[in-house]
Design a protein around this ligand. Sequence first.
Ligand SMILES: *[C@@H]1O[C@H](CO)[C@@H](O)[C@H](O)[C@H]1NC(C)=O
Length: 130
Amino acid sequence: MLPMSTFTLFFLVLYAFFSLVTSAPAPLQRDVFVPPVLYPGKGTVWRHGERHNVTWDISNAPAHITNNLGVIVLCREHELLDYEHPLAQDFDILLGRYEIVVPKVPKGSNYRILVFGDSGNTGEAFTITK
Ligand SMILES: *[C@@H]1O[C@H](CO)[C@@H](O)[C@H](O)[C@H]1NC(C)=O
């Protein structure tokens, strides 16, 4: 299997993201894994440079998924931040957690984490500060 290009990835993320945001009935494919983000969430405060394990629920993972390489992208409200440099990529999405370093982004309480393999799901809004 060839690795996805950043370009392909970008449109995949956009598709995954906007199909959630618009709540339009997304065409349901077989073997699409949409892991809900468990951490960070409501009440989480991260500081620049800290290391944290982003975690997501793998209990509904299908037995066979077409792409088990995960990507973690930071979002602010419904905007993907620096998707060309995701917080993490090329890890096994079935791990259910992955350690990231909090980037130096402006202070804000409307950040979200997007984790996706074939599709994605953003977590609850949380805060990053200095
Ligand atoms: C993330 O989880 C791994 C495995 O449990 C652990 O070894 C590591 O210390 C954790 N990292 C942080 C920042 O808590």
